[in-house]
Design a protein around this ligand. Structure first.
Ligand code: ADP
Ligand code: MG
Length: 333
Protein backbone atom coordinates (compact mmCIF):
# COMPACT_ATOMS: atom_id res chain seq x y z
CA UNK A 1 0.00 0.00 0.00
CA UNK A 2 3.00 2.25 0.45
CA UNK A 3 3.34 2.44 -3.32
CA UNK A 4 -0.16 3.75 -3.87
CA UNK A 5 -0.51 7.21 -5.35
CA UNK A 6 -1.89 8.78 -2.20
CA UNK A 7 -3.14 12.31 -2.01
CA UNK A 8 -0.57 13.95 0.18
CA UNK A 9 -1.85 14.63 3.64
CA UNK A 10 -0.05 17.46 5.31
CA UNK A 11 1.26 15.24 8.09
CA UNK A 12 2.06 17.98 10.58
CA UNK A 13 2.51 15.46 13.30
CA UNK A 14 4.88 12.62 12.58
CA UNK A 15 3.82 10.96 15.82
CA UNK A 16 2.40 7.51 15.21
CA UNK A 17 -1.27 7.17 16.02
CA UNK A 18 -2.02 3.84 17.64
CA UNK A 19 -4.54 4.44 20.40
CA UNK A 20 -7.26 7.06 20.58
CA UNK A 21 -5.19 9.07 23.07
CA UNK A 22 -2.66 9.62 20.27
CA UNK A 23 -5.22 11.60 18.27
CA UNK A 24 -4.68 15.36 18.37
CA UNK A 25 -6.98 17.12 20.82
CA UNK A 26 -7.77 13.90 22.65
CA UNK A 27 -6.82 14.18 26.30
CA UNK A 28 -7.86 11.99 29.17
CA UNK A 29 -11.40 13.31 29.45
CA UNK A 30 -12.12 13.24 25.70
CA UNK A 31 -10.70 9.74 25.50
CA UNK A 32 -13.01 8.72 28.32
CA UNK A 33 -16.01 10.15 26.46
CA UNK A 34 -15.02 8.32 23.30
CA UNK A 35 -14.48 5.02 25.07
CA UNK A 36 -17.72 5.29 27.03
CA UNK A 37 -19.57 5.47 23.73
CA UNK A 38 -17.68 2.59 22.19
CA UNK A 39 -15.33 4.63 20.01
CA UNK A 40 -12.38 2.54 20.97
CA UNK A 41 -10.72 1.98 17.63
CA UNK A 42 -9.07 4.41 15.24
CA UNK A 43 -10.62 2.51 12.32
CA UNK A 44 -14.13 2.99 13.56
CA UNK A 45 -13.64 6.68 14.31
CA UNK A 46 -12.18 7.16 10.85
CA UNK A 47 -15.36 6.00 9.15
CA UNK A 48 -17.79 7.80 11.45
CA UNK A 49 -19.26 11.06 10.20
CA UNK A 50 -17.99 13.87 12.50
CA UNK A 51 -21.55 15.05 13.26
CA UNK A 52 -22.44 11.63 14.54
CA UNK A 53 -19.33 11.39 16.69
CA UNK A 54 -20.20 14.75 18.18
CA UNK A 55 -23.82 13.72 18.78
CA UNK A 56 -22.92 10.41 20.39
CA UNK A 57 -20.17 11.68 22.66
CA UNK A 58 -21.02 15.30 23.40
CA UNK A 59 -17.64 16.36 22.03
CA UNK A 60 -17.86 19.71 20.23
CA UNK A 61 -18.33 19.67 16.46
CA UNK A 62 -15.01 21.29 15.63
CA UNK A 63 -13.08 18.88 17.83
CA UNK A 64 -15.01 15.94 16.43
CA UNK A 65 -14.06 17.01 12.93
CA UNK A 66 -10.42 17.25 13.91
CA UNK A 67 -10.48 13.84 15.57
CA UNK A 68 -12.12 12.11 12.60
CA UNK A 69 -9.74 13.76 10.15
CA UNK A 70 -6.70 12.65 12.14
CA UNK A 71 -8.08 9.13 12.42
CA UNK A 72 -8.63 9.01 8.67
CA UNK A 73 -5.10 10.14 8.02
CA UNK A 74 -3.80 7.61 10.52
CA UNK A 75 -5.41 4.63 8.84
CA UNK A 76 -4.20 5.96 5.58
CA UNK A 77 -6.79 4.64 3.18
CA UNK A 78 -9.29 7.46 3.26
CA UNK A 79 -7.66 10.09 1.14
CA UNK A 80 -5.87 7.53 -0.86
CA UNK A 81 -6.35 6.03 -4.26
CA UNK A 82 -5.53 2.38 -4.57
CA UNK A 83 -4.40 0.27 -7.45
CA UNK A 84 -6.66 -2.54 -8.57
CA UNK A 85 -4.10 -5.23 -7.82
CA UNK A 86 -3.88 -4.09 -4.20
CA UNK A 87 -7.63 -4.12 -3.82
CA UNK A 88 -7.70 -7.55 -5.43
CA UNK A 89 -5.06 -8.84 -3.04
CA UNK A 90 -7.09 -7.62 -0.09
CA UNK A 91 -10.23 -9.09 -1.60
CA UNK A 92 -8.85 -12.58 -2.12
CA UNK A 93 -7.18 -12.60 1.27
CA UNK A 94 -10.28 -11.43 3.13
CA UNK A 95 -11.88 -14.45 4.72
CA UNK A 96 -15.19 -15.92 3.63
CA UNK A 97 -17.73 -17.62 5.78
CA UNK A 98 -19.01 -21.03 4.75
CA UNK A 99 -22.73 -21.68 4.84
CA UNK A 100 -22.03 -25.35 5.41
CA UNK A 101 -23.69 -26.02 2.09
CA UNK A 102 -21.34 -26.40 -0.85
CA UNK A 103 -23.77 -25.40 -3.58
CA UNK A 104 -24.60 -22.15 -1.80
CA UNK A 105 -20.94 -21.37 -1.10
CA UNK A 106 -20.15 -21.96 -4.77
CA UNK A 107 -22.62 -19.44 -6.17
CA UNK A 108 -21.25 -16.93 -3.64
CA UNK A 109 -17.73 -17.42 -4.91
CA UNK A 110 -16.64 -19.41 -1.84
CA UNK A 111 -18.94 -18.29 0.94
CA UNK A 112 -20.35 -15.15 2.52
CA UNK A 113 -18.12 -12.15 2.04
CA UNK A 114 -16.67 -10.19 4.95
CA UNK A 115 -16.51 -6.39 4.79
CA UNK A 116 -19.82 -6.42 2.94
CA UNK A 117 -23.55 -6.80 3.43
CA UNK A 118 -25.32 -9.81 1.96
CA UNK A 119 -29.07 -9.60 1.68
CA UNK A 120 -31.21 -12.73 1.61
CA UNK A 121 -34.71 -12.11 0.38
CA UNK A 122 -37.64 -14.35 -0.29
CA UNK A 123 -41.19 -15.13 0.71
CA UNK A 124 -42.30 -16.51 4.06
CA UNK A 125 -40.98 -20.01 4.68
CA UNK A 126 -38.32 -19.86 2.01
CA UNK A 127 -35.49 -20.56 4.46
CA UNK A 128 -34.06 -17.13 5.34
CA UNK A 129 -34.11 -17.76 9.08
CA UNK A 130 -32.73 -21.27 8.66
CA UNK A 131 -29.69 -19.93 6.79
CA UNK A 132 -29.19 -17.32 9.54
CA UNK A 133 -29.20 -19.99 12.24
CA UNK A 134 -26.74 -22.07 10.29
CA UNK A 135 -24.33 -19.13 9.79
CA UNK A 136 -24.52 -18.36 13.53
CA UNK A 137 -22.95 -21.78 14.00
CA UNK A 138 -20.55 -22.01 11.05
CA UNK A 139 -18.96 -18.67 12.00
CA UNK A 140 -17.62 -20.48 15.05
CA UNK A 141 -15.81 -23.13 13.01
CA UNK A 142 -12.03 -23.11 12.62
CA UNK A 143 -10.71 -21.23 9.59
CA UNK A 144 -9.61 -24.48 7.90
CA UNK A 145 -13.24 -25.52 7.92
CA UNK A 146 -14.52 -22.28 6.47
CA UNK A 147 -15.44 -20.58 9.73
CA UNK A 148 -14.15 -17.34 11.21
CA UNK A 149 -13.46 -18.60 14.74
CA UNK A 150 -15.76 -15.94 16.08
CA UNK A 151 -19.09 -15.21 17.65
CA UNK A 152 -22.38 -14.04 16.18
CA UNK A 153 -24.51 -11.03 16.98
CA UNK A 154 -28.07 -11.95 16.08
CA UNK A 155 -30.61 -9.15 15.82
CA UNK A 156 -33.96 -10.87 15.96
CA UNK A 157 -36.95 -8.74 14.99
CA UNK A 158 -39.60 -11.42 14.46
CA UNK A 159 -38.92 -13.53 17.52
CA UNK A 160 -37.84 -16.38 15.29
CA UNK A 161 -34.51 -17.15 16.95
CA UNK A 162 -34.59 -20.73 18.25
CA UNK A 163 -31.79 -21.94 20.54
CA UNK A 164 -32.76 -25.56 19.90
CA UNK A 165 -32.01 -25.06 16.18
CA UNK A 166 -28.55 -23.78 17.07
CA UNK A 167 -27.94 -26.85 19.23
CA UNK A 168 -28.93 -29.29 16.50
CA UNK A 169 -26.88 -27.53 13.85
CA UNK A 170 -23.89 -27.29 16.20
CA UNK A 171 -23.94 -31.06 16.75
CA UNK A 172 -23.80 -31.61 13.01
CA UNK A 173 -20.67 -29.46 12.77
CA UNK A 174 -19.03 -31.04 15.79
CA UNK A 175 -19.31 -27.99 18.01
CA UNK A 176 -20.38 -28.38 21.61
CA UNK A 177 -24.05 -27.24 21.56
CA UNK A 178 -23.83 -25.22 24.75
CA UNK A 179 -20.65 -23.53 23.65
CA UNK A 180 -22.31 -22.73 20.33
CA UNK A 181 -25.24 -21.10 22.11
CA UNK A 182 -22.91 -19.15 24.36
CA UNK A 183 -21.31 -17.64 21.26
CA UNK A 184 -24.55 -16.32 19.86
CA UNK A 185 -25.53 -12.97 21.31
CA UNK A 186 -29.11 -12.23 20.50
CA UNK A 187 -30.70 -8.80 20.59
CA UNK A 188 -34.47 -8.70 20.27
CA UNK A 189 -35.56 -5.54 18.49
CA UNK A 190 -39.04 -4.40 19.46
CA UNK A 191 -39.30 -1.61 16.93
CA UNK A 192 -37.24 0.04 14.24
CA UNK A 193 -35.80 2.65 16.59
CA UNK A 194 -34.70 -0.06 19.00
CA UNK A 195 -33.26 -2.07 16.13
CA UNK A 196 -31.12 0.86 15.00
CA UNK A 197 -30.04 1.49 18.58
CA UNK A 198 -28.91 -2.13 19.03
CA UNK A 199 -26.64 -1.81 16.01
CA UNK A 200 -25.30 1.53 17.28
CA UNK A 201 -24.54 -0.10 20.65
CA UNK A 202 -22.85 -3.08 19.05
CA UNK A 203 -19.60 -1.26 18.39
CA UNK A 204 -19.01 -1.24 22.16
CA UNK A 205 -18.57 -5.00 22.41
CA UNK A 206 -17.77 -6.33 18.92
CA UNK A 207 -14.06 -6.51 19.61
CA UNK A 208 -14.26 -7.87 23.16
CA UNK A 209 -16.79 -10.52 22.24
CA UNK A 210 -14.90 -11.45 19.08
CA UNK A 211 -18.00 -10.93 16.92
CA UNK A 212 -17.35 -11.92 13.29
CA UNK A 213 -20.91 -12.09 12.01
CA UNK A 214 -23.90 -9.80 12.40
CA UNK A 215 -27.31 -11.07 11.39
CA UNK A 216 -30.37 -8.88 11.14
CA UNK A 217 -33.42 -11.13 10.70
CA UNK A 218 -35.42 -9.37 9.47
CA UNK A 219 -34.00 -6.05 8.38
CA UNK A 220 -37.27 -4.62 7.16
CA UNK A 221 -40.20 -6.04 9.16
CA UNK A 222 -40.19 -3.39 11.91
CA UNK A 223 -39.87 -0.57 9.41
CA UNK A 224 -42.61 -2.01 7.27
CA UNK A 225 -45.11 -2.35 10.10
CA UNK A 226 -44.43 1.12 11.50
CA UNK A 227 -44.32 3.08 8.29
CA UNK A 228 -47.40 2.23 6.32
CA UNK A 229 -48.79 4.19 3.45
CA UNK A 230 -47.20 6.14 0.67
CA UNK A 231 -46.71 9.33 2.66
CA UNK A 232 -44.35 7.61 5.10
CA UNK A 233 -42.28 5.93 2.41
CA UNK A 234 -39.62 8.62 2.21
CA UNK A 235 -38.98 8.59 5.97
CA UNK A 236 -38.85 4.81 6.06
CA UNK A 237 -36.36 4.63 3.23
CA UNK A 238 -34.25 7.34 4.81
CA UNK A 239 -34.08 5.46 8.12
CA UNK A 240 -33.33 2.16 6.41
CA UNK A 241 -30.56 3.91 4.53
CA UNK A 242 -29.00 5.14 7.78
CA UNK A 243 -29.38 1.68 9.32
CA UNK A 244 -27.72 -0.04 6.35
CA UNK A 245 -24.85 2.41 6.47
CA UNK A 246 -24.39 1.82 10.20
CA UNK A 247 -24.10 -1.88 9.38
CA UNK A 248 -21.72 -1.28 6.51
CA UNK A 249 -19.44 0.83 8.70
CA UNK A 250 -19.28 -1.87 11.36
CA UNK A 251 -18.56 -4.42 8.69
CA UNK A 252 -15.65 -2.42 7.28
CA UNK A 253 -14.19 -1.35 10.60
CA UNK A 254 -14.24 -4.80 12.19
CA UNK A 255 -13.96 -7.09 9.13
CA UNK A 256 -17.38 -8.56 9.72
CA UNK A 257 -19.73 -10.62 7.64
CA UNK A 258 -23.14 -8.92 7.72
CA UNK A 259 -26.24 -10.79 6.61
CA UNK A 260 -29.69 -9.21 6.52
CA UNK A 261 -32.98 -10.77 5.53
CA UNK A 262 -35.89 -9.20 3.79
CA UNK A 263 -39.27 -10.80 3.38
CA UNK A 264 -40.86 -10.20 0.05
CA UNK A 265 -44.36 -10.97 -1.05
CA UNK A 266 -44.94 -13.52 -3.72
CA UNK A 267 -46.16 -11.68 -6.76
CA UNK A 268 -49.61 -13.02 -7.51
CA UNK A 269 -49.47 -12.01 -11.16
CA UNK A 270 -46.07 -13.59 -11.68
CA UNK A 271 -45.65 -13.60 -15.40
CA UNK A 272 -41.88 -13.41 -15.28
CA UNK A 273 -40.89 -16.50 -13.41
CA UNK A 274 -37.30 -15.38 -13.06
CA UNK A 275 -38.40 -12.63 -10.71
CA UNK A 276 -41.59 -13.80 -9.08
CA UNK A 277 -41.43 -11.42 -6.13
CA UNK A 278 -41.82 -7.79 -5.32
CA UNK A 279 -38.83 -6.40 -3.53
CA UNK A 280 -40.49 -4.46 -0.72
CA UNK A 281 -37.33 -3.17 0.90
CA UNK A 282 -36.97 -0.91 -2.07
CA UNK A 283 -33.97 0.34 -3.88
CA UNK A 284 -32.22 1.64 -0.77
CA UNK A 285 -31.62 -1.82 0.63
CA UNK A 286 -30.86 -3.27 -2.77
CA UNK A 287 -28.22 -0.66 -3.48
CA UNK A 288 -26.46 -0.86 -0.13
CA UNK A 289 -26.23 -4.64 -0.14
CA UNK A 290 -23.10 -5.88 -1.80
CA UNK A 291 -24.61 -9.19 -2.79
CA UNK A 292 -28.24 -10.16 -2.94
CA UNK A 293 -29.58 -13.69 -2.82
CA UNK A 294 -33.17 -14.55 -3.57
CA UNK A 295 -34.76 -17.71 -2.20
CA UNK A 296 -37.70 -19.65 -3.45
CA UNK A 297 -39.38 -22.86 -2.47
CA UNK A 298 -39.27 -25.83 -4.74
CA UNK A 299 -40.98 -29.09 -3.79
CA UNK A 300 -41.09 -30.23 -0.13
CA UNK A 301 -38.02 -29.09 1.76
CA UNK A 302 -36.04 -28.15 -1.35
CA UNK A 303 -35.12 -24.51 -1.82
CA UNK A 304 -33.46 -22.61 -4.64
CA UNK A 305 -31.05 -19.76 -3.94
CA UNK A 306 -30.12 -17.36 -6.69
CA UNK A 307 -27.46 -14.68 -6.68
CA UNK A 308 -29.37 -11.84 -8.29
CA UNK A 309 -26.99 -8.95 -7.83
CA UNK A 310 -23.32 -8.84 -7.12
CA UNK A 311 -20.50 -6.59 -8.27
CA UNK A 312 -18.49 -9.63 -9.33
CA UNK A 313 -20.58 -12.77 -9.46
CA UNK A 314 -22.67 -14.04 -12.35
CA UNK A 315 -26.32 -14.85 -11.81
CA UNK A 316 -26.34 -18.45 -10.71
CA UNK A 317 -28.58 -20.79 -8.79
CA UNK A 318 -27.99 -23.33 -6.06
CA UNK A 319 -30.34 -25.97 -4.75
CA UNK A 320 -30.33 -26.93 -1.09
CA UNK A 321 -32.65 -28.58 1.39
CA UNK A 322 -33.83 -27.70 4.88
CA UNK A 323 -33.57 -30.56 7.32
CA UNK A 324 -33.45 -31.18 11.05
CA UNK A 325 -29.71 -30.52 10.77
CA UNK A 326 -30.01 -27.13 9.15
CA UNK A 327 -29.45 -26.44 5.47
CA UNK A 328 -27.72 -29.11 3.45
CA UNK A 329 -26.66 -29.97 -0.04
CA UNK A 330 -29.30 -31.97 -1.84
CA UNK A 331 -27.00 -34.83 -2.78
CA UNK A 332 -26.03 -35.41 0.86
CA UNK A 333 -27.80 -38.49 2.14
N1 ADP B 1 -36.22 -28.62 12.73
C1 ADP B 1 -36.55 -28.52 11.44
N2 ADP B 1 -36.45 -29.60 10.63
C2 ADP B 1 -36.78 -29.52 9.35
N3 ADP B 1 -37.25 -28.42 8.75
C3 ADP B 1 -37.39 -27.31 9.50
C4 ADP B 1 -37.04 -27.30 10.86
N4 ADP B 1 -37.29 -26.08 11.36
C5 ADP B 1 -37.76 -25.35 10.32
N5 ADP B 1 -37.84 -26.08 9.20
C6 ADP B 1 -38.36 -25.68 7.90
O1 ADP B 1 -37.86 -24.42 7.54
C7 ADP B 1 -38.84 -23.72 6.78
C8 ADP B 1 -38.99 -22.31 7.32
O2 ADP B 1 -37.84 -21.63 7.00
P1 ADP B 1 -37.54 -20.20 7.59
O3 ADP B 1 -36.11 -20.01 7.45
O4 ADP B 1 -38.11 -20.08 8.95
O5 ADP B 1 -38.35 -19.29 6.59
P2 ADP B 1 -38.28 -17.70 6.43
O6 ADP B 1 -37.75 -17.49 5.05
O7 ADP B 1 -39.70 -17.25 6.58
O8 ADP B 1 -37.39 -17.17 7.49
C9 ADP B 1 -40.13 -24.48 6.89
O9 ADP B 1 -40.35 -25.11 5.66
C10 ADP B 1 -39.85 -25.47 7.98
O10 ADP B 1 -40.51 -26.67 7.74
MG1 MG C 1 -37.79 -15.87 9.08
Amino acid sequence: MSESPSVKSKGKSKRKIITIEDLPGVGVSTAAKLRAQGYTSIEYIAITPPEQLSQDTGIGKATAEKIVKAAREAIGSFLKFERGDEIFKRYVSSPRLTSGCRALDDILGGGFESRAITEIFGPYGSGKTQICHQLAVTVQLPREEGGLEGACLYIDTENSFRPQRIKLIAERFGIDPNEALHNVIRGAAFNSHHQMLLIREARKFIKDENIKLIIVDSLTSNFRSEYVGRETLAVRQQLLNVHMHDLLRLSLAFDLVVVVTNQVMARPDAVFMFEPTIHVGGHIVAHTSTTRISLRSSRDNIRVARVVASPHLPIREAVFKITERGIEDVEEA
